[in-house]
Design a protein around this ligand. Structure first.
Ligand code: ADE
Ligand code: ZN
Length: 303
């Protein structure tokens, strides 16, 4: 297996059905079903929102520091990567009454105990608005040494990056790295805004940037990395099948593309599975896969 860095991975998206059931039992949380295959059978998504509904629902089982520790430890154990930058969604826990201290405590302890070099990137849920994002950032500053950057995720269309200018400016002032989901379901205008207004250093997904030649040229010239997630794009129907994926064309354009798993418990595979499917389904060559793996290290943040 070639060495790789994972740069686009939501820790809550690594919550496998087996762990959903185990944590529900441990915490006395009611579930619609305790049958792991029945849980998996629900993972038939038609778009981003249909996934997010189940993703947030399943998080109800994450209650204690130990739960967050177990979640992150399980991911790091099976990740198959040599470097991991891990997103987490504090607002999805705060709204359920789980304090930041519990989230940071469990995740940070698991990262510290792992042999895989890993760091946290705190994401704002764009559909909860800019005011709440700013409040969360301020509340997280006492934990500043526990995270290296901020990101922007959740429902994209209707929540353009420009809404979050202020909170990203504050993050920049704190010396935090900046990334944002853009161009997953939203158009190239979302990617422009992420670059120009949020001053992001990487674009998460960004596949729709390919619709705008001037944007492609900008990203090539500035070597702005894109964290593409092929299996996620298929499962959320951003592309019809893996064979239709634009990733080879992105490489041909000279873009700094990386391959990542996004929410592997929901989309049918971890990062190595994404590489394997690109080879088997899309016919990508070993040289192309080597380049993608090298790109992942060029695109990483130092910590
Ligand atoms: N949260 C978790 N996965 C996501 C994705 N693919 N897009 C937006 N928000 C997310
Ligand atoms: Zn994502």
């Amino acid at each position: 297996m070639r060495p790789k860095a994972e740069l686009h991975l939501h820790i809550e998206g690594t919550l496998e059905p087996e762990l959903v059931v185990e944590l529900a039992r441990r915490n006395g949380v009611e579930l619609p079903t305790f049958d792991v295959e029945a849980i998996r059978a629900r993972y038939d998504f038609v778009n981003l929102q249909s996934f997010l509904d189940i993703y947030y629902e399943n998080m109800a089982v994450l209650r204690t520091e130990q739960d967050f520790y177990d979640l992150a430890a399980a991911y790091l154990e099976r990740s198959g990567v040599q470097h991991a930058e891990i997103f987490f969604d504090p607002q999805a826990h705060l709204v359920r009454g789980v304090p930041l201290e519990v989230v940071f405590g469990g995740l940070s302890a698991a990262l510290k105990d792992s042999d895989v070099p890993a760091a946290l990137i705190m994401c704002f849920l764009r559909d909860r608005g800019a005011e709440e994002a700013e409040a969360v950032l301020r509340a997280a500053l006492p934990y500043r040494e526990h995270f290296i950057g901020v990101g922007l995720d959740s429902a994209e269309v209707g929540y353009p990056p420009s809404l979050f200018r202020r909170v990203f400016d504050i993050a920049a002032g704190e010396g935090l790295h900046r990334v944002a989901h853009a161009g997953e379901e939203g158009g190239p205008d979302y990617v422009w805004e992420a670059l120009d207004i949020l001053r992001v250093e990487r674009v998460d997904h960004g596949i729709r940037a390919m619709e705008d030649p001037a944007l492609v040229a900008r990203m090539r010239e500035e070597r702005i990395p894109l964290t593409v997630c092929p299996l996620s794009n298929v499962r959320l129907r951003a592309v019809p099948t893996l064979r239709d994926h634009i990733l080879p064309a992105m490489l041909d354009e000279g873009l700094l593309v990386t391959v990542n798993s996004d929410d592997p418990a929901y989309f049918g595979g971890y990062v190595e599975d994404n590489y394997r499917m690109l080879r088997d389904e899309l016919g990508m060559t070993e040289d192309q896969l080597d380049l993608l793996a090298r790109n992942s290290f060029e695109a990483r943040f130092d910590f």
